[in-house]
Design a protein around this ligand. Structure first.
Ligand code: 3H9
Length: 711
């Protein structure tokens, strides 16, 4: 980010300096080298000005305090030594503020993240607004680095090792109320009095007053945070947990743990040195580069209207949903919770409607329980949910989403009925995972207002939404669906109307390979374990169980009908469905489930499939077949224009089913492997296992030209 004009200005009245940071021409405040120099100059001037007795610091941006160090700047760093210097410079600047001879109080409104929070930690008193926009934390780990401007030292000293590790190792941000409870800020106030309260604190401090900070948690906190023995236990447990969650793929959390521990053991100065050194090392890792690319890709997507030249989206105030099952109620609850819209849920009978409303309300109850919303907000949001067995209210809805049975005729019938009740301007979206939107829209009076919105299950938790324009969908309908999806908190990609869209399309060969591998003697556990070790959150067999084997079987049929032999599996899933094993939801699929917990695989699965686990292919080959098949299909789909850019494909795979973020997504991973190597490996697999592995034209072309998906 390049700034124009001074970012940091200050006024002095009655002995108090009020400093305001507003990086001109930029949507958020970030601390670049230039801004850091302004900080140094500002604080030096204030130190030398004898008329100044205290400083109150604010952001000039309406919705952000400071979003951290300038990420664009540190991705350009060429070496670990350069990155270490950047960190050490940041530490030195904040050290000057911490040791500033006059009290510094900071008023925080909006996002206060990374280096922004590290700055606040160096100040002597922190006031935060209780506004939902005020989010405070150290998200550096999510970028593959660690808090490098003293955050790994000051936060544990302020809130204790346990709370600090909890924040730092997960790269968490907290709402202001939680940050206050944890002791990260000293006072919580409504935005209207932020300035006055911060100034009053600065004034109090000039008289020698200092806040008395008492760590919450009583005896337990003392036992675990307050003495070296307890802390050793805390670090041991944290290390164990980090290893279990990262499986060694992400170096940053372990490095942060080491830095925090080192600082608490050997003192602040030593801790800072280690912090800068490891920050430097992490900043130039491939993992960090990949995670930063994901940050910028998702940021770009937030601004993407979804269609070139699309008119602005229609603001959705009322949403109507047909189908109050698991998906419909999930969409209803999430829409209310995230977007605060009025939701009308319709189903064939009132009992089902009541169940759907109950499930939708459950999403709100969960937010209340986790203190994401207040009781008052909860009551207000619950009142936005209503339902019935007719289309009453559909005329006022700007958007109708159907989430009924996955059958073309049923969906078309719902579309016809809904259209009767809708206003001429309303948008009709189908939540389908397999049926072409253009086919559904054939039943419409206004096909230009029909679109696909493919949510993933469970809707409240899964972060991705695929928006699918049909052949005749109007651009304004695309931008409306995209904007509403975003208001629901989803990362949205717009994909071409073709079978399986993007996510299910590239999952098809991956899931389909399971049958072939089991038939050749691989065990369920080994297949899953290898995929997890590669970095997937769960293996393909567990994924099938989670999705539901009946659903997976149906999708597989659609995919084979559309793309033919290469996606044909062995029919094992169908055999399990026939035996009543539908996956987690029925308590048994490939695995057994008891009280919601996954147990082992019982031998009868192999008997049903007619296979015997006897070692099967080599582990390296199993993994290659799972992953390369997916990459090949992804490349093919890119060639067909299923996604608009490799960026969307990678984000879709990462947010849709957890393709390992540290690998950057399937297309970045393909680039890393190189098209020539990938094509050659696929040829070898094709020779041994059949034409389903034959490298697609896109890969062959890239290999010939020595080119990549990303320039
Ligand atoms: C750090 O602090 C390291 C230190 O510990 C140590 C240093 C020595 N840098 O997301 P939006 C841009 S690491 C550069 O659409 P929102 C963003 O790219 C940092 N650019 O807005 C976009 O640019 P453009 C730790 C940044 O309201 C524009 O701002 N901090 C940065 O939906 C608007 O962004 C983080 O990881 C940045 N730090 O969300 C926080 N932040 O318009 C990262 C934003 O040109 N940021 N931009 O496309 C966020 O999480 C969100 O941007 C935020 C606002 C919540 C702040």
């Amino acid at each position: 980010m390049g700034a124009s004009g001074p970012a940091l200005t200050w006024d002095i009245t009655d002995g108090f300096a009020v400093a305001v940071l507003d990086v001109k021409g930029q949507p958020v405040n970030v601390i670049s080298r230039a801004v850091k120099d302004e900080f140094l100059a500002c604080f030096e001037a204030l130190a030398n000005d004898a008329s100044v007795r205290a400083v109150a610091f604010f952001s000039g941006k309406p919705d952000t305090f400071i979003a951290g160090a300038d990420i664009e700047e540190f991705v350009k760093l060429g070496s670990a030594a350069e990155a270490e210097r950047l960190s050490a410079d940041g530490q030195e600047m904040l050290d000057r503020i911490a040791r500033f001879p006059k009290p510094v109080a900071v008023g925080i409104h909006g996002a206060c993240l990374g280096g922004g929070f590290e700055f606040a930690l160096a100040c002597h008193y922190r006031v935060a607004t209780d506004h939902p926009k005020t989010q405070i934390g150290l998200p550096e780990i999510q970028l593959g680095i660690l808090p490098g401007a003293g955050g790994c030292q000051r936060l544990p000293r302020l809130v204790g090792a346990r709370a600090a590790l909890d924040m730092i190792l997960a790269g968490k941000t907290e709402r202001a109320a939680k940050a206050f409870r944890l002791g990260m800020v000293d006072e919580l106030v409504p935005p209207a009095i932020l300035r006055d309260v911060t100034l009053a604190a600065a004034q109090r401090m000039t008289g020698g007053w200092r806040p008395k900070r008492k760590r919450p948690g009583g005896f337990t906190a003392w036992l675990l945070d307050g003495n070296p023995l307890g802390r050793r236990l805390v670090f041991r447990m944290a290390r164990k947990q980090v290893l279990a969650t990262t499986r060694g793929h992400y170096p940053a959390p372990l490095a942060a743990l080491e830095v925090v521990e080192h600082g608490l053991r050997h003192g602040m100065a030593e801790g800072l040195k280690r912090e800068a050194r490891l920050f430097g090392q992490l900043a130039v890792t491939d993992v960090s580069r990949k995670l930063v690319q994901i940050f910028f890709a998702t940021t770009q997507l937030k601004k993407d209207a979804g269609a070139t030249g699309a008119p602005p989206p229609v603001p959705v105030k009322r949403l109507a949903i047909v189908g109050s099952g698991f998906m419909g109620s999930g969409i209803a609850g999430t829409a209310v919770a995230q977007a605060g819209v009025d939701v009308r849920l319709k189903d064939a009978d009132l009992t089902r409607v009541a169940q759907g409303l109950h499930a939708a309300r459950g999403i709100l109850d969960d937010r209340l329980k986790r203190r994401r919303i207040t009781r008052y907000e909860h009551a207000r949001l619950v009142a936005l949910l209503s339902g019935g067995d007719t289309f009453a209210g559909f005329g006022r809805a700007e958007l109708v989403i159907e989430a009924v049975f996955e059958d073309l005729a049923v969906k078309q019938q719902v579309l016809r009925e809904a259209e009767e009740a809708m206003s001429g301007a309303g948008v009709f979206a189908s939540n389908t995972s397999t049926i072409p939107i253009t086919s559904i829209a054939e039943a419409a009076r206004g096909p230009e207002r029909v679109i696909g919105m493919h949510f993933f299950s469970p809707v409240a938790k899964m972060p991705l939404l695929e928006v699918i324009p049909g052949a005749r969908t109007a651009p304004g309908v695309v931008s409306t669906a995209v904007a509403f999806g975003r208001r629901m908190g989803k990362t949205v990609i717009v994909v071409k109307d073709s079978p399986g869209f993007w996510v299910n399309r590239i999952l098809a060969p991956y899931a389909g390979e399971v049958g072939h591998l089991l038939a050749e003697g691989a065990s369920v556990e080994e297949v899953d374990d290898l995929a997890v070790r590669f970095g997937f959150p769960v293996g393909p067999v567990t994924l099938l169980d989670e999705v539901g084997l009946d659903v997976a079987d149906k999708v597989a049929h659609v995919m084979v009908a559309a793309y033919g032999e290469r996606l044909q599996s062995t029919g094992g899933v169908a055999a399990l469905v026939k035996a009543g094993r539908l996956g987690r939801k029925s308590g048994r699929g490939f695995y057994l489930y008891k009280a919601g917990k996954k147990r082992g695989v019982d031998g009868s699965v192999y008997a049903l499939l007619g296979v015997h686990p006897n070692g099967g292919p080599r582990p390296a080959e199993i993994l290659q077949r799972l992953v390369l098949g997916m990459l090949n299909e992804a490349a093919r789909a890119v060639g067909e224009g299923v996604v608009r850019a490799p960026r969307d494909g990678d984000i879709g795979a990462i947010f849709g089913f957890g393709f390992p973020p540290f690998r950057g997504g399937p297309l970045r991973h393909a680039d890393d492997l190189g098209a020539a190597r990938l094509a050659a490996d696929l040829e070898r697999l094709a020779e041994r296992h059949g034409p389903r592995f034959a490298p697609c034209d896109v890969l062959q072309d890239l290999a010939r030209r020595n080119a990549k998906f990303y320039p």
